[in-house]
Design a protein around this ligand. Structure first.
Ligand code: PFF
Length: 437
């Protein structure tokens, strides 16, 4: 067995930045914008906020409490609090990490490529054709392999020297980039129309079951919930931390970045009259519309385009390391492997699993629906039931470091009844959409 003592974060900042790094990623800057465009603007944003507050943050707190309490990654944590019968649930988490990282890294590879293209020559005006060419096939495989290599090396270096150090350096850079780009977006002529599209609320849309379930799924994806990423990060925490506060900070920061990213994306698109292209939004829309916009902006487009895609790549990297950390820590905790071996073996396996989605975008889309939506929500359902009903005394885990937190009963009630019910409805709608349409 692995006898090395468990690593710890250096302190609060390291943990919080790493957790925000996990949450903030392609989900905020790419998925959130294209879903908002597809589902009618601000109505989607309002629902998304509601789900983040009522479902996301309570489940996040549940994950943090379990991870810190058990001092281990998901499979062992479920076993620790629920007995061996619950361990297969943890295996679902690890499978989600595997699948999500395999296609996530392909998209991250596209962002690397776009950043380089911006730097060394500028964007092709025929952005759609260009995207079709680079998003599938050999180029996509290369981008994916390069990105996975970087991710694997960081995770192999460990919690402090790898994950924490990367987050400490990259997260402030990411915040500055996104804010700078939002200020630039404000100076553009079409900014008003972009903001209007983004922020005008049509509440009739909220009543749609599809918008409802997509917003809930996005809240899970964006907060990295339902697959034990936050649980694993919390397992390296010291006992005196105030977990409810950390959940609020992480959830708040994640929303702010997603929201500000919308303030970057929509003015750019509307400034150049490309809004029609967003209307028919698909997975690739942002990788087509934005480069098209950048290609019409001359040298400014090159600079802004580089900064935008570099920000995406940075966000993707800090999220990808948390995905690989779940799988790596699980191998360390359950098989007793040393970190380097775990990270390398699973880094290579996930790289191989990413080849099919790198070759065919339909596979990528399908994997996103299966793992990025269905598995995460299933994981969230399992967690809320587990902490709500099975775990003996979840309060005692949260109370360490937060003795006077007054919301325990509300938190437990949410986990027991409303959250599982809402997630069951969401799951039903996903399954129906995936298999019956
Ligand atoms: N939260 C990340 C994003 O928004 O891009 C994606 C993600 C990372 C999902 C880690 C799940 C996870 F465990």
């Amino acid at each position: 067995m692995n006898q090395a003592p468990r690593e710890r974060w250096t302190g609060r900042t390291g943990f919080v930045l790493a957790a925000i790094g996990s949450a903030v990623g392609l989900g905020n800057m790419w998925r959130f914008s294209y879903l908002t465009a597809e589902y009618g603007g601000a109505a989607f944003v309002v629902l998304y906020v509601a789900f983040t507050v009522l479902i996301g943050i309570p489940v996040l707190l549940a994950e943090l409490a379990m991870g810190r309490g058990a001092n281990s990654s998901p499979i062992s944590a479920l076993g620790h609090f629920g007995g061996n019968a619950w361990k297969p649930g943890g295996a679902l988490f690890v499978a989600s990490g595997f699948l999500i990282l395999a296609y996530y890294s392909v998209i991250a590879g596209w962002t690397l490529r776009y950043a380089l293209v911006a730097l060394f020559g500028g964007f092709d005006p025929d952005a759609k054709q260009y995207f079709i060419e680079i998003s599938q096939g050999r180029g996509a495989v290369i981008g994916h392999v390069v990105f996975m290599a970087g991710t694997t090396l960081i995770v192999a270096r460990g919690i402090r020297a790898g994950i924490e150090r990367t987050s400490l350096i990259l997260m402030p850079v990411l915040f500055m980039l996104i804010c700078g780009l939002a200020v630039y977006g404000y100076t553009l002529e079409g900014a008003g129309a972009g903001y209007r599209f983004y922020l005008e609320t049509d509440f009739s849309k909220i009543l749609d079951a599809e918008v409802f379930s997509t917003a809930a799924g996005q809240a899970f994806f964006s907060l990295s919930l339902g697959m034990g990423a936050m649980m694993t990060y919390a397992s390296y925490l010291s006992p005196e931390q105030h977990l409810p506060n950390e959940s609020l900070v992480i959830g708040g920061a994640d929303f702010v970045v997603a929201f500000v990213a919308g303030l970057v994306v929509f003015p750019l698109i509307f400034a150049l009259g490309l809004s029609a292209d967003v209307g028919e939004s698909t997975l690739g829309a942002l990788f087509i519309t934005l480069p098209k916009a950048f290609s019409q902006m001359g040298i400014a487009g090159q600079v802004v385009g580089f900064l935008f895609f570099a920000a995406l790549a940075v966000g993707a990297l800090t999220s990808a390391i948390s995905l690989l950390e779940v799988v790596t820590a699980s191998a360390m905790d359950t098989l007793g492997w040393p970190r380097t071996r775990s990270a390398l073996v699973f880094g290579v396996l996930i790289t191989l699993l990413g080849i099919p989605p790198a070759l065919k975008i339909n596979i990528l889309d399908w994997m996103d629906k299966l793992a990025g939506q269905l598995f995460l929500v299933t994981g969230g359902l399992l967690l809320s039931i587990f902490v709500g009903w099975v775990m003996k005394d979840p309060f005692s885990e949260v109370r360490r470091g937060a003795e006077h937190w007054p919301w325990f009963p509300v938190w437990r009630f949410l986990l027991r009844v409303p959250i599982p019910l809402a997630l069951l409805i969401v799951l039903y709608s996903f399954v129906q959409k995936m298999f019956c349409e």
